[in-house]
Design a protein around this ligand. Sequence first.
Ligand SMILES: C[S@@+](CC[C@H](N)C(=O)[O-])C[C@H]1O[C@@H](n2cnc3c(N)ncnc32)[C@H](O)[C@@H]1O
Length: 299
Amino acid sequence: MSGPAMLAHLLLEKFSGGGLLRIAEPELVMGDEGRNEAFERMGREDGLLAFLHLYQSIQISSLVKPGEKVLDLGCGPASQLVQIARLNPEAHFLGLDASSEMLRRGGEAVKRSGVGNVDFIAGDMTRLDGLADASFDCVISTMSLHHLPDTEALFSTFRAVRRVLKPGGGVYLIDFGRLKRAATQRFFAEDRILEQPESFTIDYFNSLRAAFSVEELCRAILPLGEGIGKRQTALAPFMVVFRNAARREPDPSARSAAGKIYANLNRIQQKDFRLYARWLKAGGLDLPFQPFPVRSFRR
Ligand SMILES: C[S@@+](CC[C@H](N)C(=O)[O-])C[C@H]1O[C@@H](n2cnc3c(N)ncnc32)[C@H](O)[C@@H]1O
């Protein structure tokens, strides 16, 4: 993510009228091996999305308590899920996806990482068939909702989430929000064009075009009741987050694991992490802790 050009796009987003119609993803359930491979590579700990995964893992760690059961909707290749599971070794995670190809990748990611607290299930997030009522302490979803075909599917998903979530359970849902300008969508998709496979650039652009509007997301989340706040990146809803307040104090071992992951990011990824965290903070969402030492200027 690069500074001045990005700011220019965000200001244009903020002050331009009108908007874009949603264009659903050409491939809702991600079954294409080549594209999935590219997506998975970007999500590894040395990939372009590593900063985003670390950010998400830290946020989600403030919701999940030891011993709890967590459902991840649209877990994909599980690079993100495995990292969350590593930071929360005493919780148990179930990754759900409608793509058998993604579930195969998820299984391999779990084997490679050696985590023992992740299982998978094939399923449709709009129904959650086979999952019992009030059987999960937390439901999470990262970057998957825009893969739904339409708002009806979005509404069904949240009704299904309400059914399987225990009362008072934790929720963390993050996805792109619909931007107003195609030029901004293209800017984000192409920002790192030289460092990403072409198929990833195309997928990224398609994802931004398939994003639901903030209003659609807010309406769909209503069945989950009060207590779930909406936050978004400042100036434009590039990312929209729905979550409840922290359910636990930051765990020292999660802090230390997150610190190590951050230390292993390259300088560009670390810069992206800090920029992204500041951007969401400006939109009202603070991190429960920073994965790097923070100097205090107070005396
Ligand atoms: C962009 S990937 C996100 C993967 C992962 N959550 C992450 O953050 O890297 C979206 C995933 O949602 C899955 N998906 C799409 N529609 C679905 C549905 N109705 N039910 C379950 N999974 C679905 C796709 O197959 C894909 O694996």
